[in-house]
Design a protein around this ligand. Structure first.
Ligand SMILES: NC(=O)c1ccc[n+]([C@@H]2O[C@H](COP(=O)([O-])OP(=O)(O)OC[C@H]3O[C@@H](n4cnc5c(N)ncnc54)[C@H](O)[C@@H]3O)[C@@H](O)[C@H]2O)c1
Length: 239
């Protein structure tokens, strides 16, 4: 049996990278996928243009999903941005933009879907943190946003457990997507060198972990942050 048989899943960030691969994998595993992105998504049975940082747009995405499929079983939330720079030179515009999409956007969409999930008796929410939450040079805004996602995940897991809604996060390491394609070859090589499995991650690696957390195979798991980083975190900090 397909691992997401009959489930309705919203996948955000679905026009690119990890989100796009996740939308395709979920569809292959039997889900009815609503692919959402600020850009035009091409995966999923229903493609919706949505800005996760805009409450009205998020409400519309949830309403459209309900109208079409009647329920929401899974949220896999991968919409996110970077805007790197060293902290002493970082502008407030850079800071606000990243916090707004990565942290406020995560809160807004989790809040909107839990209302549906609690009414229907359960669901699974998978959020995107990052290994950067441990601290990453040149990413004060991004690291703080992804640390916020960890705290949010743990808090929502505590609050939503009573509704049988599970909330977990993924903390990917260096994954080859359009987001990391802009980084220098030197940085890429350094990341691989620090990775025990000696390679960069692929969107597929993260999508498979998202599938596990979305599916009933993880039915008794909530509030965790699952590293998908080829072992890079091991030995440097608590996983
Ligand atoms: N690539 C990595 O190495 C890596 C590592 C750790 C965490 N992550 C996280 O995984 C997620 C996916 O990253 P990716 O590498 O696939 O990036 P990506 O840039 O390839 O895809 C991100 C998608 O999010 C969409 N998006 C941006 N702002 C949005 C908004 N306001 N509303 C809706 N959609 C929006 C973009 O249009 C894009 O399609 C992000 O949250 C990222 O922070 C990535």
């Amino acid at each position: 049996m397909a691992r997401l048989h009959d489930k309705v899943a919203i996948v955000t960030g679905a026009a690119s990278g990890i989100g796009e691969r996740t939308a395709r994998l979920f569809a292959e595993e039997g889900a009815r996928v609503v692919a959402a992105d600020i850009n035009e998504p091409h995966a999923g049975v229903l493609a919706v243009r949505a800005d996760v940082a805009d409450p009205a747009s998020v409400e519309e995405l949830v309403a459209t999903t309900k109208e079409r499929f009647g329920r929401i079983d899974v949220l896999a939330h991968f919409a996110g941005i970077t805007n790197d720079g060293r902290a002493e030179k970082m502008t407030l515009v850079q800071w606000d933009a990243v916090l707004r999409v990565n942290l406020t956007g995560t809160f807004l969409i989790a809040q909107a879907v839990v209302r549906e999930m609690s009414a229907q008796g359960g669901g699974s929410i998978v959020l995107a943190s990052s290994r950067s939450y441990l601290g990453n040079f040149g990413q004060a805004n991004y690291a703080a946003s992804k640390g916020g996602v960890v705290s949010l995940t743990r808090t929502l897991a505590l609050e939503f457990g009573r509704y049988k809604v599970r909330v977990n996060a993924l903390a990917p390491g260096f994954i080859e997507t359009p987001m990391t394609a802009v980084l220098s070859e030197k940085l890429r090589a350094k990341a691989i060198e620090g990775t025990p499995l000696r390679r960069a991650g692929k969107p597929e690696d993260v999508a498979q972990a998202a599938l596990f957390l979305a599916s009933d195979e993880s039915a008794f798991i909530t509030g965790i942050v699952l590293a998908v980083d080829g072992g890079r975190t091991t030995g440097t900090a608590p996983a």
